[in-house]
Design a protein around this ligand. Structure first.
Ligand SMILES: [Zn+2]
Length: 69
């Protein structure tokens, strides 16, 4: 897909993704609280995987909802 990471905000910013960072993680959730696909997030494969994992963890810890209210 020609993704060299330039579109990925985490590759650019070198920012760490933390499960406690609700504000950042919410950017990657749809209105139905689903994890957005890579097409929408524009993350690289590595960070998309990492975001998905972090969101799941965040849900378990009660930071993010499993479904939209
Ligand atoms: Zn990346």
């Amino acid at each position: 897909m020609g993704n060299n990471g330039m579109n990925c905000e985490f590759c650019r910013s070198q920012k760490n993704i933390n499960w406690k960072d609700e504000v950042t993680l919410r950017n990657f959730l749809s209105e139905q609280a689903k994890i957005l696909p890579r097409k929408k997030t524009r993350l690289c494969a590595k960070h998309q995987r990492h975001i998905a994992k972090t969101i799941k963890r965040s849900r378990i810890m009660g930071v993010l909802p499993f479904v939209a209210r």
